[in-house]
Ligand binder design. Structure first.
Ligand SMILES: Nc1ncnc2c1ncn2[C@@H]1O[C@H](COP(=O)(O)OP(=O)(O)O)[C@@H](O)[C@H]1O
Ligand SMILES: [Mg+2]
Length: 251
């Protein structure tokens, strides 16, 4: 295991993207969910992956890390990974924070973190810096934490390994406005060091922390561009994202 510094590993050679997805297809039985999705994640900042419910955002993240049956080309820092199994892809430097957080409710906060970093757990410097609340709750069972606190455990866990890019799926889903702001602060701080591909329904948050956006619809990429430009264009957001995306609220 690499050291638990929470620092991003070396940037890709030249100015290339950290992650490139080309002609990605995913089929579940008869359902052709992703139909030739192509996009790149730049080596810095936050790239938001947007789209209506059920359009394939989670499937895209799962396909990248090998948890959905896929064809196409996926490269991490210029190296093809589409033929690799999930553990190898994770070791190659992708961190994944799933939609449902997946903390171990019966274990303490510290034990959850020690599954990734057996030596330090909650004492790792990055945890103290970004999640002071978790340090004081180290002995608390994760299942008794609020949704926001569980999200922090899930984020902390992925930061204990050295990664080149993070895939984070709807981290503010179901959170109270104050916690949405806290998660946004943490994501902005993380993105200073490690590029993030972020699935997020909260447009104020996207406007605040994302640089670029990729929008999916009907199994394909239908828009790429600047985050601020998209969020500022009410007609375009309504057309691309429908009414389910949250325009108001905390970030
Ligand atoms: N394991 C699966 N088996 C069959 N269909 C699935 C599976 N996972 C997702 N789907 C379907 O794929 C489509 C995209 O789902 P998903 O990627 O979760 O959408 P999003 O994250 O954009 O809301 C949906 O129609 C969903 O029902
Ligand atoms: Mg989803």
């Amino acid at each position: 295991m690499t050291t638990a510094t929470g620092q991003g590993s070396a940037p890709p050679p030249g100015d290339g993207p950290v992650l490139a997805v080309e002609d990605l297809h995913v089929r579940y039985g008869g359902s052709h969910v992703l139909q030739g999705v192509s996009f790149e994640v730049p080596a810095t900042g936050v790239t938001a992956l947007l789209g209506r419910n059920g359009v394939g955002k989670t499937t895209t993240l799962k396909a990248i890390i090998g948890l959905a049956p896929r064809t196409g080309r996926i490269s991490l820092r210029g190296k093809d990974i589409q033929g690799d199994a999930t553990p190898r892809i994770i070791r190659a430097g992708i961190g994944y924070v799933p939609e449902d957080r997946e903390v171990f409710g019966g274990l303490t906060v510290d034990e959850n973190l020690r599954l990734v970093d057996p030596d330090q757990g909650v004492n790792a410097p990055i945890v103290g810096r970004l999640f002071p609340d978790l340090v004081s709750r180290g002995k608390q069972r994760a299942g008794t934490l609020s949704g926001g606190q569980q999200q922090m455990v899930s984020l902390a866990r992925v930061l204990l390994r050295e990664t080149s890019v993070l895939l984070i799926d709807e981290p503010t889903k179901g959170l109270a406005p104050k916690l949405v702001t806290e998660v946004a602060d943490v994501l902005a701080e993380i993105a200073q060091r490690t590029p993030i591909l972020l699935v997020e329904q909260n447009l104020p948050l996207v406007r605040r922390i994302a640089d670029t956006v990729v929008v999916l619809d009907a199994g394909q990429v239908v828009h790429r561009g600047g985050a601020a430009e998209l969020v500022a264009d009410q007609e375009l957001t309504r057309e691309l994202l429908g009414v389910s995306m949250r325009r108001d609220g905390a970030a």
